[in-house]
Design a protein around this ligand. Structure first.
Ligand code: NAI
Ligand code: MG
Length: 352
């Protein structure tokens, strides 16, 4: 029997409009080979919607999304509208309303994709980023705006429940992989929230005797990720640290254009959201040269989360084969267009 999934698609801004159609094409092709049918519900939300209506999505946008099995997002953000309207008008409300508290960001060496940094051994790590609280909070404000006495205050929010669930998720993930967990901290400089983070992570680890855990100060960890990325297995990090480390690790593995992510609601009470790590890349938007691998890989993560592990694996094998055969975009040393990469991925899926 065909498995049907209703997916909300928000291509959004900039290269989102290019990489999302490329990935949808690949997902339809792999779905056909596994008796899966996607009902794509395309939503024209984003900065054009903001310019026309003063909002990134309709007032009932979250209610509309709630009726879907998953959300497939490109990116939002344009140079002429402050990110506080675009990201906080769409991306962040979705992550929070649907309790997508795990942001899973795998980073791997891909065939044919050179790392700009020397590494003898392949990289195979996963960053588990806390996705609902931490440093990204709207608690705070500005006083005496525009004057010489102006003050800006921004509070971080760390809850025991929030830290515990991300630590537990990351430790369980590490237990099923190579058994190493690195916790990104900064308890030498941030003296309230980070020691709290360390304590809660340590408490959780008591339940995972087979996981070898280390905590590393995030500045040293950043340097170490450049020099020895192959040493890492699972990294658990707060919202801000995880955000920064995942762009860094993605670039070390070849390009941020290849980096995927899943915003997960682990209990499955709400839809999860799948999107590449990168943003709308206004510097290359409209040229048809954006790397679609991050978006396609995010699609594979969506297949996996929807219970189609075999289809997910086939899609990953196909894009690895396409990359290995030399079909690569400019950011990873090739000349192919976004559409040519998608076509090569479909070709490497083999006969339907
Ligand atoms: P960005 O990730 O859009 O671009 C950074 C650099 O990487 C640029 O040079 C870009 O050309 C390159 N790049 C990114 N994705 C690529 C791809 N698929 N193929 C080839 N090259 C790629 O980050 P930036 O420039 O800091 O942000 C641009 C806008 O996107 C901002 O408004 C930002 O707030 C927003 N943003 C949105 C995100 C989201 O929707 N989830 C995430 C990150 C940024
Ligand atoms: Mg980011």
């Amino acid at each position: 029997m065909t498995a049907r999934h209703r997916i909300a698609v928000i291509a959004g801004d900039g290269i989102g409009q290019e990489v999302v159609p490329a990935a949808v094409r690949c997902l339809d092709a792999v779905a056909e080979r596994h008796d899966i049918a996607f009902d794509w519900h395309h939503l024209d939300w984003g900065s054009d919607h903001y310019r026309a209506h003063g909002r990134m999505m309709p007032v009932d946008g979250l209610d509309i999304l709630a009726g879907h099995d998953a959300i497939f997002l490109g990116a939002v953000g344009v140079p002429d509208i402050p990110d506080v309207h675009t990201l906080w008008g769409l991306l962040i409300p979705i992550r929070r309303a649907f309790a997508q508290y795990i942001n899973l960001r795998p980073v791997r060496t891909l065939p044919g994709v050179p790392s700009p940094v020397f590494s003898r051994d392949p990289i195979d790590l996963v960053i588990v980023r806390e996705n609902n609280e931490g440093e990204y909070s709207e608690v705070g404000g500005r006083v005496y705006q525009g004057s010489a006495d102006e003050i800006a205050i921004q509070e971080s929010v760390f809850t025991r429940r929030g830290v515990e669930r991300v630590a537990r998720y990351a430790a369980a993930l590490a237990a099923g992989r190579r058994g190493h967990l690195t916790s990104a901290t900064k308890s030498n400089g941030i003296v309230h929230t980070m020691p709290f983070w360390d304590e809660v992570v340590r408490d959780v680890l008591a339940d995972f005797p087979d996981v070898t855990a280390r905590q590393e100060l995030v500045d040293a960890l950043a340097a170490s990720l450049v020099l020895h990325p192959e040493r890492y297995d699972v990294i658990v990090a707060s919202n801000l640290f995880g955000d920064i480390l995942s762009d860094l690790a993605g670039a070390v593995a070849g390009s941020i254009g290849c980096a995927p992510s899943a915003n997960l609601n682990p209990p499955g009470e709400h839809p999860s959201m799948f999107e590449p790590v990168h943003g709308s890349a206004p510097d290359i938007a409209g040229q048809g040269i954006a790397n679609p691998i991050g978006q396609i890989w995010s699609g594979a993560m969506m297949l996996d989360a929807l219970g189609h592990a075999a289809a997910a694996a086939q899609l990953i094998t196909a894009f690895e084969a396409a990359l290995a055969s030399g079909t690569r975009t400019r950011d990873i040393g090739g000349t192919a267009t976004t559409a040519e990469v998608a076509a090569a991925v479909v070709a490497h899926l083999g006969p339907s």
